[in-house]
Design a protein around this ligand. Structure first.
Ligand code: 5RP
Length: 237
């Protein structure tokens, strides 16, 4: 395990203290969330009765393999807490997510949860969001028109040209679990994430974007000094 991976693992271990037997738990996507799902699987093997709500097919497969019960989505009326990773977070607990392509389900599930707990290693902490390319999920129909509208919106809000790249995987356009494609917007510093979020959300053809604003309640950051808590209530003893 790399040093960075041990920090991700430590953040995931700290997140286990934020969940309890009997809860319905949103399960994030990505290498950090994968550690959390592993650890939750061990609790289930030890007798915990939780229900998992996965944010991607990859996480669903992992959770199923570990014996974590996964109700059908229509059977889920309440989610106690979602634990997920992030590509970037700032001091106001604003996030960029979607590096793994699961942003739509991640946002639906986090938005339906009482709490969102983010787990990350300290490389994800930034002063200003935007060094990580912002993923924007769009429908394939009319893609060039949507890209033009995205370019105009980014220029209007950020005051500069932004490079927009269609995400590729294995030589083809990457397709999300929802059948959409992703445009990665190389924004640079996003001084006003709320303004950009609003402009992007208003574009026909945009399904969602990777700015998660006002959603995370707690960030658990693993690093050389241990796990730091940003936001949230004090840890349970
Ligand atoms: C997937 C995500 C992930 O949470 C994000 O990409 C972080 O991944 P990792 O933990 O592998 O760094 O948003 O869509």
């Amino acid at each position: 395990m790399s040093e960075q991976d041990t920090w991700k693992r430590a953040a995931a271990e700290a997140a286990i203290a934020e969940v309890q037997d009997g809860m319905t738990i949103g399960l994030g996507t990505g290498s950090t969330a994968k550690h959390f799902v592993d650890l939750l699987g061990a609790r289930v093997a030890g007798g915990w009765q939780v229900r998992g709500v996965p944010t991607s097919e990859a996480t669903a497969a992992q959770a199923r393999g570990l014996g974590i019960p996964l109700p059908e989505f229509h059977e889920v009326d309440e989610i106690d807490v979602t634990v997920d990773g992030a590509d970037e977070f700032d001091g106001e607990l604003r996030l960029i997510k979607g590096g793994g392509g699961a942003l739509l389900r991640e946002k639906i599930i986090a938005g339906a949860s009482r709490r969102m707990v983010v787990i990350a290693d300290d490389s994800k902490e930034v002063e200003t969001l935007g060094q990580f390319p912002l993923p924007i999920e769009v429908v394939p129909f009319g893609l060039p028109l949507t890209v033009t509208a995205l370019s105009n919106a980014c220029r209007f809000v950020l005051g500069r040209e932004v490079e927009l790249k269609l995400r590729q995987a294995e030589g083809k356009a990457f397709v999300t679990d929802g059948g959409h494609v992703i445009i990665d917007a190389h924004c640079g510093a996003i001084e006003q994430p709320e303004a950009l979020a609003m402009a992007l959300a208003g574009i026909p053809g945009v399904v969602d974007h990777g700015l998660f604003l006002g959603m995370a309640e707690l960030v658990l950051v693993g690093g050389p000094e241990g796990v730091r808590r940003i936001g949230g209530m004090p840890a349970r003893p």
